[in-house]
Design a protein around this ligand. Structure first.
Ligand SMILES: Nc1ncnc2c1ncn2[C@@H]1O[C@H](COP(=O)(O)OP(=O)(O)OP(=O)(O)O)[C@@H](O)[C@H]1O
Length: 817
């Protein structure tokens, strides 16, 4: 038993030992297995950590992507806004164009209306012209007839005066004054026998001598009666004849009364001038007259200007000398000539002269009898019908008392005065005598008086002499002297009176008239031409504006088209990218496999998918690259189809569809959210984002502003690059089309000059800029964004630059990852 037991025990022991061995072996195996498991566990843990890390990175990446997509959506939103602005500006432009067209139509209608008007006016003008010509002929005929009539009238009038005598003598006898009446003076004139100009001088009640004059005015004669016969001389002056009216006679016989008169009874001076203005007024439509009056006195053979104030007299007196200014024309240089336009002015001048004469002496009457008072009325006349000009003079002379000639028993100053008066009055007598005997020499220069009156005492003038006499028998001697002198004067036969024609004035007038006519006609023609030219210019201007506007609209449309295409391509590219990523995810290997082959897959991505994406990313500028069968529009967070034809033809509808930009931005997010959890290869695919410029491609922050041809060259360079990447024909032609559109647009932009064009150019610049923004997001053209911005203000540049810097920072950050 024991042995058996022992054997059993032994067996058991051996079994146990074997078990033990087995268990030990198992333990060792278990231990080794445990070790293996531990190692595996470690590896797994490490793998898990890596996976977590990778997951974290991917989450970060995802966040960055989301933000990037957000920024892209924001950019798209901006572009959509920009587009809406473009559309609104386009709408404005279209509206303006419509208005302009309407205006153009209106203007065209106006122009045609004006043309018709002009034609009517021309017709009317020719009719009027023919009427005017008829009237002008009639007028000319009437004028000739009138001129002929006027000439005849003048000639007849002059003949009448000539028949009456160019030198006429009126005798006027003053009434006896109160002193004489009181003294019981007897009359020396037989007033009862006065008829037909005959005057009989009586002495001691018996007729002594009979004198014959042109008119005899007795004591009862009024100033107006006297002037009635004097008035024709005034008409003669206006007809261009020189006239001299003088009063001769003994002191106190009424010379001054006849010539000057009193305030109540105006004399010849005032009345003659009144008559002058009366006739001038009557002839005002046919003649133009200028009247000036001078007042002077000849005292002691010196001429004194009565219109110069007393203080200036001393200096003026020396200078006043008589000068011959032409054939038979005499003038006193420096003599004041007062221009008078009406009788008030005439009265002022006459009063001034009278006052000046009075100031010169303490006894006015005494002084007046010792000097010759002379008024010279100068008349310039112009016949408005034929331009005939005349210059004539009217002398109104109040002579010094004639009785002084006989008085020689005076001394000193009075003697000198008397001698001078004697000299001048005897000189006047000599002149008249010489004229009477038709002497070859007329001694005009023997005295200042005759020298002054030379023009009006010669053969071609008319002279009226008032011989003033006293009725007092005590003055008989003086009266007879005066009457004898007057009779001598009346006996002079003056030659035919000549009109004082100013031929140079006539010639000048005719030349001036013809020049004026020419000027008026030229002016009329020029005005008509200017009106037509102005209308033409308006038409051209409107046409030009219309053309420009049409061109601008076309340009803007093409810009918009390009912009729309680019934006669409941009969105398409994004979608394509997403699709590509999704495809990549679908074929992505399991986590462990990817871990083992991470480097390899990374390289594959770099060499394969990545490159493909890069290629795709450069494509969007071409029309056909990655173009979906139907274009998509973002509306209410979902992508909608827009018919491109409808969009082109009806931009407003298209705009309305595109307007909700916020929803457009949101619409991008679900696409991102639908993407599965990112993986390492997928992350690698995101590295070379289209907007990420390589270090070589990164544009400097500020480029110098390129010239327009440079930009065109850049576009030219840029477009073929796209076409190379996208070989299909359509893409090539699209690229060329785009290139040509851009080039044309830029060339036009360069040509713009007018303010309107500049305004449009500003709009175009904005457009170009936007185009560049959209191009710039493709990498290479990013630099052009800065170029475009370089044209704007500093703030805008800064904003754009900041925005780009942000984008670049994102991209650089991604590259670093
Ligand atoms: N026809 C007349 N009717 C009324 N009064 C007259 C007339 N003629 C002269 N008298 C008066 O006679 C006076 C002298 O006249 P007035 O002074 O005109 O003479 P005179 O010839 O000019 O003298 P003098 O040579 O001194 O200047 C004046 O008072 C004037 O009023």
């Amino acid at each position: 038993m024991s042995h058996q037991d022992d054997c059993e025990i032994e067996v058991k022991y051996q079994i146990l030992q074997m078990d033990y061995e087995l268990q030990k072996k198992e333990l060792a195996e278990m231990r080794s297995a445990l070790e293996g498991l531990k190692r595996e566990n470690k590896l797994k843990t490490k793998e898990c950590q890596e996976a977590c890390k990778s997951l974290q990175e991917l989450q970060n990446e995802l966040m960055r992507k989301s933000m990037h997509v957000g920024s892209l959506a924001f950019a798209i939103e901006g572009q959509v806004k920009e587009k809406s602005r473009w559309f609104s500006s386009l709408r404005d432009m279209t509206r303006k164009l419509k208005i302009m067209k309407m205006e153009h139509i209106k203007l065209s209608e106006e122009v045609s209306h004006y043309k018709n008007c002009i034609m009517d006016i021309n017709d009317f003008g020719t009719k009027i012209q023919s009427r005017i010509n008829q009237q002008a002929d009639l007028h000319e005929d009437l004028k000739t007839k009138y001129l002929k009539g006027a000439k005849e009238r003048k000639e007849l009038y002059n003949k009448v005066l000539e028949l009456k005598g160019n030198i006429r003598v009126f005798c006027r006898c003053r009434p006896l004054n109160s002193e004489e009446i009181a003294a019981g003076a007897s009359l020396a004139i037989d007033f009862e026998s006065v008829k037909d100009g005959e005057l009989t001088v009586i002495s001691n009640g018996a007729p002594k001598k009979t004198f014959r004059f042109d008119a005899v005015f007795g004591p009862q004669a009024e100033q107006a009666d006297v002037f009635q016969d004097t008035a024709p001389f005034a008409t003669s002056v206006l007809d261009g004849y020189n006239v001299c009216i003088f009063a001769y006679g003994q002191t106190g016989t009424g010379k001054t009364f006849t010539m000057e008169g009193t305030k109540e009874a105006r004399g010849v001076n005032f009345r003659t001038l009144e008559e002058l203005f009366h006739v001038i007024n009557e002839r005002q439509k046919l003649y133009l007259y200028e009247i000036s009056v001078s007042a002077l006195e000849v005292y002691n053979e010196q001429i004194r200007d009565l219109l110069v104030s007393g203080s200036q007299q001393s200096t003026m007196a020396k200078r006043l000398e008589i000068r011959q200014v032409g054939e038979g024309m005499h003038h006193v240089p420096g003599l004041v000539e007062a221009h008078v336009n009406n009788m008030n002015e005439v009265w002022e001048v006459l009063q001034t002269g009278s006052n000046a004469r009075a100031v010169g002496s303490t006894n006015a009457n005494e002084h007046s009898s010792r000097s010759h008072c002379i008024h010279c009325v100068m008349v310039k006349g112009e016949n408005l019908l034929n331009g005939e000009c005349t210059k004539s003079k009217l002398w109104l002379v109040d002579l010094a008392g004639s009785e002084r000639v006989a008085k020689t028993d005076v001394l000193g100053e009075r003697l000198k005065e008397t001698q001078n008066i004697n000299r001048s009055l005897s000189a006047l007598g000599d002149v008249i005598s010489a004229l009477a005997t038709k002497s070859s020499h007329i001694p005009f220069r023997n005295s200042k008086l005759t020298h002054l009156l030379q023009d009006s005492l010669g053969g071609d003038s008319k002279t009226l002499m008032f011989v003033q006499i006293s009725p007092n028998e005590n003055d008989l001697g003086e009266t007879l002297c005066s009457l004898n002198f007057a009779s001598r004067v009346r006996g002079i036969e003056l030659g035919q009176a000549k009109k004082q024609m100013d031929t140079s004035e006539l010639l000048r007038w005719k030349q001036m008239k013809s020049k004026q006519d020419m000027k008026i006609k030229d002016l009329q023609i020029r005005k008509m031409e200017e009106t037509i030219h102005g209308l033409d210019l308006k038409m051209k201007d409107k046409d030009l504006k219309n053309k420009n506007l049409q061109e601008k609209v076309k340009e803007l449309e093409s810009q918009l088209l390009i912009e729309r295409k680019l934006a669409r391509q941009h969105v398409d590219t994004r979608i394509a990218e997403q699709q590509q990523k999704q495809q990549n995810e679908d074929v992505r290997p399991p986590l462990a496999t990817r871990l083992l082959g991470a480097n390899k897959s990374s390289n594959e991505v770099k060499n394969g998918t990545l490159m493909k994406e890069q290629v795709n990313l450069t494509r969007p500028l071409t029309e056909n690259s990655f173009r979906p069968s139907m274009p998509l529009s973002v509306t209410d967070g979902s992508l909608k189809h827009i018919d491109p034809v409808e969009k082109e033809n009806n931009p407003e509808v298209a705009e309305q569809l595109q307007l909700p930009t916020r929803t457009g931005r949101a619409s991008m997010c679900p696409t991102i959210r639908r993407m599965p959890a990112s993986s390492a290869p997928r992350r690698n695919s995101l590295i070379p984002l289209p907007s990420t410029p390589s270090s070589a491609q990164l544009a400097p922050p500020f480029h110098p502003l390129p010239s327009q041809p440079d930009i065109i060259e850049e576009i030219d360079e840029f477009i073929p690059e796209q076409t190379v990447c996208n070989s299909p024909k359509g893409t090539k032609s699209g690229g060329k089309k785009l290139s040509s559109i851009l080039r044309r647009s830029l060339q036009k932009k360069v040509q713009l000059k007018s303010p309107m064009q500049q305004h449009l150019r500003r709009g175009l610049n904005v457009g170009m800029e936007r185009v560049r923004v959209s191009i710039g997001s493709r990498g290479r053209m990013a630099s052009r964004v800065l170029v475009g911005n370089g044209r704007k203000g500093g703030k805008e540049i800064q904003q754009k630059q900041n925005q780009k810097e942000k984008e670049r920072a994102w991209n650089i950050g991604r590259t670093a990852i």
